[in-house]
Ligand binder design. Structure first.
Ligand code: SF4
Ligand code: SF4
Length: 367
């Protein structure tokens, strides 16, 4: 059984209720993978024009004109028209073959393409647990998109024909539990399971082991995956915007932001007057040390959260050999052993529990 931990949220971070929207950036930037041909400068693009083909198709999140195309990035200037390449085409179809689902996900650039070979697995786990400290974008999706999430469950259940569809929720989030339980009559096949907010339950093998299911048997989906599937399968559109958490003890109210993919963090900083002097900006997991340059960072499909913390001027201490880092690692890795670190899953627990605050675990650059 994997070790999991409750993380005390002791930083003075409080969230506002409303989701903020920033859907009209002047410019979006799309990072180009190496050796891929994309549209050229001065091309006019619609909102779902394919920009380039990579592991997955990459679509324009806005309509406008390509103003920069160098070897590594493409910039599109927004015409604010939101012109679509295709007419709106929301489908009522509930049942597809597995191959049809796979083709749709490939066609519309589903970002978690690793699961494309897992669609025929026997059990589906949808993870709606509050998985990471100070990260609430998934919880906001659960509250604001319950109809779409449940409709997607229906499509997945009808189409993939799993033996079980398990929906994991945080036991402390009573308003979400109530919301989904109110719909239980329409979706009787969904098996809800409730978990304490323990970390790192956001790893497929860990939540599978808590449910005593083999990880090889499961199709593991996050709430973000389900939202993207809804957009693709139901609306026949690629994902062009997403919820991210912006959290900091240095701002009055932290918030969830609905933002266009491709938006520059520096534009968000200006719009919401976020602090930058002597601040560290971190990406996605506050337990890791994934420092980003806020002036260069672009919101992409992988962005979950941005944390803003005061720069720590205290130098970390020296290892006292207490062994805590090794003891807490859910994956039984000794963070002090370089050879073992190649298997590090970057959960950040060793770093969090180290009494000397040493920067442990594998760095993002080596991921
Ligand atoms: S937890 Fe920190 S101080 Fe203790 S052994 Fe690990 S690195 Fe050293
Ligand atoms: S070694 Fe890696 S997987 Fe293990 S606790 Fe540290 S960050 Fe997590």
């Amino acid at each position: 059984m994997y070790k999991t931990f409750q993380i005390k949220e002791s930083l003075p971070i409080s969230f506002q209720n409303e989701v903020e929207e920033y859907l009209t950036p002047e410019v979006v930037t799309i990072k180009l993978p190496p050796n891929h041909e994309s549209l050229t400068k001065n091309n006019i693009v619609y909102k779902d024009t394919i920009l380039f083909l990579s592991n997955y198709n990459y679509y324009s999140p806005i309509s406008g004109k390509i103003i920069v195309n160098n070897s590594h990035e493409l910039q599109i200037s927004n015409d604010f028209m939101e012109n679509y390449y295709q007419p709106q085409n929301s489908s009522r179809q509930k049942k597809y073959s597995i191959e049809e689902i796979r083709e749709l996900l490939i066609k519309y650039g589903f970002s978690n393409f690793q699961i494309l070979d897992q669609l025929n697995r026997k059990k589906i786990i949808i993870n709606g647990i509050n998985c990471r400290p100070y990260q609430i974008n998934q919880q906001k999706y659960l509250l604001n998109y319950s109809t779409q999430i449940l409709e997607t469950c229906d499509i997945l259940y009808e189409s993939l024909n799993p033996q079980q569809l398990i929906f994991a929720l945080s036991s402390k989030n009573t308003s979400i539990i109530e919301l989904y339980n109110n719909n239980i009559g329409n979706y009787p096949y969904i098996e809800y399971r409730y978990f304490n907010d323990e970390y790192p339950l956001c790893y497929p093998e860990i939540i599978a082991s808590k449910l005593t299911i083999s990880p090889e048997e499961i199709l593991y989906l996050t709430i973000e995956d389900v939202i993207e599937m809804y957009q693709i399968i139901k609306r026949k559109r690629p994902l062009s915007e997403k919820y991210i958490t912006i959290a900091s003890p240095e701002i009055d109210k932290s918030f969830v932001l609905n933002v266009k993919i491709g938006t520059s963090l520096k534009d968000i900083i200006v719009k919401y007057q976020l602090p930058t002097t002597n601040m560290l900006y971190l990406e996605n997991n506050i337990l890791n040390n994934d420092v980003i340059n806020p002036q260069e960072y672009i919101i992409d499909h992988t962005t979950q959260a941005i944390y803003i913390l005061k720069e720590n001027i205290e130098k970390p201490g020296r290892c006292i050999g207490c062994g805590k880092c090794n003891e807490v690692c859910p994956f039984d890795i000794n963070p002090l052993d370089k050879a073992e670190l190649v298997n590090c899953r970057r959960c950040g627990l060793c770093r969090y529990f180290c009494p000397q605050r040493l920067d442990l675990g594998r760095s993002k650059d080596n991921a």
